[in-house]
Design a protein around this ligand. Sequence first.
Ligand code: DAH
Length: 339
Amino acid sequence: MKEKLEALRAEARAQLESCSTAAELEALRVKYLGKKGELTALLRGMGALAPEERPKMGALVNEARSEIEAAMEAKVKALEEAELNRRLEEEQLDVTVPGVAAPMGKKHPLSQVLDEIKDIFLGMGFQIASGPEVEFDHYNFEALNMPKNHPARDTQDTFYITENILLRTQTSPMQVRVMEKQQPPIKVIAPGRVYRSDEVDATHSPLFHQIEGLVVDKGIRMSDLKGTLELFAKRLYGEEAVVRFRPHHFSFTEPSAEMDIRCFSCGGKGCRLCKGEGWIEILGAGMVHPKVLQGCGIDPEEYSGFAFGLGLERIVMRRYNIDDLRLFFENDLRFLEQF
Ligand code: DAH
């Protein structure tokens, strides 16, 4: 019996040594220590021994059990440690590997050119004003010398919200809002969204952008208007830019003019871009009408001023040769990524 026990101990030791998974280990535990295990079987066989042999043998079996239990416990620890090391190895994170860069966003082409235009005017000492897109009829028309049933209203297809509230059709109401709040000297630009109920096509959108300008002070003359706007054109289009002023009519300026730039594509000979004209219209402008000044509480005997307004989309379209206005508002990345 003693030999059997020794053989069992040796066998258990060897099997534990070579066991490499928790499942194998559990199988060994059942095999040697379980209720139907081999040690239990040995204990049962003790009945055949002489009574005085039994305690000795019992002690030996217990010793063997303790030894196998201890070896198993050690094996459990070893297996757990191996498993931990395997996971640490596998989940290792190399923080020096270069990351996947997030694609860099860009400013919309309209914003890029608007920023440029703002910088030009800021550099000339202008301030930037902004105001509501939902506007009173009073500011959008009335105070700009366009009373109800004035023919000029028909040229601006207006989105009315109520009889007296509308979506502004132009940034010119900002002239009135600025002059109401501030006495001269005034030198501001007011960029922003404007709305007209136009049918959408390549050159019309119900939403577009204008930049309004207003200068009011003592002794402001038409030559100030021309000098300022010519300088603006040269800053935007380059020193070689040539401009001309044509007489025009706006209800809120007198006299009024439009400024053209000599076509930068053909140099004035006439081409597709300038529609054979040799000149491209850039903006509307004029000396602020005395009625408008007066309506804002500014004495036209003491002060005078000039105003101008330009359309942002048209400037950006010509600069980049974009032939469809809708591209600005569709947010197609294939278009936007080109700028
Ligand atoms: N508000 C005019 C328009 O939308 C543009 C304009 C013309 C603005 C002359 C001005 C100006 O300030 O003096 O057609």
